[in-house]
Design a protein around this ligand. Structure first.
Ligand SMILES: NC(=O)C1=CN([C@@H]2O[C@H](COP(=O)(O)OP(=O)(O)OC[C@H]3O[C@@H](n4cnc5c(N)ncnc54)[C@H](O)[C@@H]3O)[C@@H](O)[C@H]2O)C=CC1
Ligand SMILES: C[N+](C)(C)CC(=O)CC(=O)[O-]
Length: 486
């Protein structure tokens, strides 16, 4: 049965949570008294639809149903999980928890709070044990981290269940063992933010120069190794001990203003906002979000290729989803949908449409998913056997443009013990933009020659091939270059 999430507060973060749940197949009810909230959530969701599927190498589950509730009660009724994302005010959060628990006293309630401790959130609650911090990072639909902070009175079983739900959404729940204002990650962000405000206020650097200092250097390193692993490497062969010995004395030098904060007044706000407008005002916020999303997808995909850091979370999520997914078409009465992709900026050529190498990439994503489905997965390759593509014929039938959602399907044309003959369709809105007919050979990699596939793989393939033999033969199958279309 489809699970239901209630999102209370549909701003930047609530919209991101709604998208994360919906695109992972949950029904979502949002409550936010702001009449603009549905428009904002819809816009965030549109960006998320163009972004999150690009991280997945398997078909996404069918999107859940989104509703905007008239009342908080309506939103939380029957919800399996509730995420509070109202403005960062403790009195408001307390009122919201009281209202939620009148309807739903036992459901897990995660709070997106950036800084309040769970024990502060729980004050005066009817059932404090179900309230905890689930602090996400913007954009919630792309970044895996959620800091999970329980208090001493939190229900440990409920916390474990909440962590499991977040894993099911492809997130990385980081259990913060000791509650503290601003948790773990926001303590860093706040420290860097305070330093940055001083640098602008003191006229040392503009907002743009500070951003360059981050994104041209250490920001890139942090994204893949964090702080300690990066500094270990910076210690050279002697590692962390040498790094500490070299930079330890700086701790008593004036390298930070952390103990001192700039006065928060109109002058500071105008200074920062004015420089920020000059730096980025030529883009709308939605444009900046899309630029950010595509950059993050690029980084995350590289990390995924390397099975490293946040990329490892994505790989684990794909594997978990694959294991949980029913057969794409158990009766094999149609070509099997094996992959979903979004056309990314790096896929576009000088003609303004998807470049030809990306059609091979799309086919390979589709074919690899099919191979995993029949048991020829990476563990199988580890045994020294695999399928190699021996021949491909591509027909370009339409154009794919930036942001288009593509689906890859497989129709099996013929199998024998060594050969696998398939017809891949790359579809946009249900119509093929390309077809790729491929012949694959089952190979003994050590011997370097074709070899019969094992019985287990053949047993998975043959019923599919038998059912697909009853499907109409694809129009482009067996074509050669230059042949006129029927
Ligand atoms: N913006 C960010 O970068 C991050 C924010 N957070 C946290 O997420 C929470 C929400 O922040 P944002 O989404 O940025 O704020 P926001 O201002 O974009 O959205 C807050 C929403 O709460 C709604 N709201 C106010 N009272 C409400 C009520 N009684 N019931 C339902 N909705 C109500 C508002 O109408 C507004 O749409 C805060 O606790 C914040 O600390 C967490 C991570 C990052
Ligand atoms: C600035 N902030 C405290 C709202 C930041 C966060 O809470 C996390 C993020 O997404 O940067």
């Amino acid at each position: 049965m489809t699970q239901k999430a209630a999102i209370i507060g549909g701003g930047v973060i609530g919209g991101g949570w709604a998208a994360r749940f919906l695109l992972n197949g949950w029904d979502v009810a949002v409550f936010d008294p702001d009449p603009e909230a549905p428009r904002k959530v819809d816009e965030v969701l549109a960006n998320a639809r163009a972004a999150l599927p690009a991280l997945s190498d398997g078909p996404m589950p069918p999107e859940g149903r989104l509703s905007f509730a008239e009342t908080l009660t309506e939103a939380v009724e029957g919800a399996d999980y509730i995420q509070e994302s109202v403005s960062e005010r403790l009195d408001l959060k307390h009122r919201v928890f009281a209202q939620i628990q009148q309807v739903s006293p036992d459901a897990p309630i995660g709070s997106s709070t950036s800084g309040f401790k769970p024990s502060e959130l729980q004050e005066g609650a009817a059932n404090p044990a179900t309230i905890f911090v689930a602090h996400p990072f913007n954009p919630v639909y792309l970044l895996p981290l959620a800091e999970i902070v329980p208090s001493a009175v939190s229900d440990p079983a409920l916390i474990e269940r909440a962590k499991e739900i977040l894993r099911e959404l492809g997130m990385f729940p980081l259990h913060v063992r000791k509650e503290i204002d601003a948790h773990i990650a926001d303590r860093f962000l706040e420290a860097v933010w305070r330093e940055a405000l001083w640098l602008v206020k003191d006229g040392v650097a503009t907002t743009e120069e500070i951003d360059e200092a981050i994104r041209m250097g250490f920001g890139l390193r942090w994204g893949q190794m964090g702080l300690f692993e990066t500094y270990r490497v910076a210690g050279g062969e002697a590692g962390m001990k040498h790094f500490m010995a070299q930079f330890g004395p700086c701790l008593s030098w004036p390298w930070t203003k952390l103990m001192d904060v700039p006065e928060f007044n109109d002058e500071l706000v105008d200074l920062i906002a004015g420089q920020s407008d000059a730096q980025s005002g030529h883009h709308t916020i939605r444009e900046l979000e899309r630029i950010r999303d595509q950059n993050l997808i690029g980084f995350l995909r590289v990390l995924k290729d390397r099975d490293w850091g946040a990329g490892k979370v994505l790989l684990d999520h794909d594997a978990r989803r694959r294991a949980a997914m029913p057969d794409p078409s158990p009766d094999h009465a149609a070509p099997m949908e094996m992959a979903r992709m979004t056309v990314l900026p790096g896929w576009i050529d000088y003609n303004g449409h998807m470049t030809e190498s990306r059609y091979l990439f799309a086919a390979s994503e589709t074919c690899d998913a099919f191979l995993r489905h029949i048991g020829a997965d990476i563990a199988y390759v580890g045994t020294g056997f695999s399928y190699y593509t021996a021949e491909t014929h591509i027909l370009h039938l339409g154009e794919a443009k930036l942001g288009d959602a593509l689906t890859g399907t497989v129709q099996v044309l013929h199998v024998d013990e060594k050969r696998l003959h398939i017809f891949i369709r790359i579809l946009k809105e249900g119509a093929p933009v390309a077809t790729l007919e491929q012949m694959l050979l089952h190979v003994d990699m050590k011997a370097g020659r074709a070899a019969p596939a094992p019985q287990a793989i053949q047993d998975r393939l043959r019923p599919i091939a038998a059912a697909h033999a009853a499907l109409p033969r694809p129009e482009g199958a067996g074509r050669h270059v230059g042949q006129r279309r029927a």
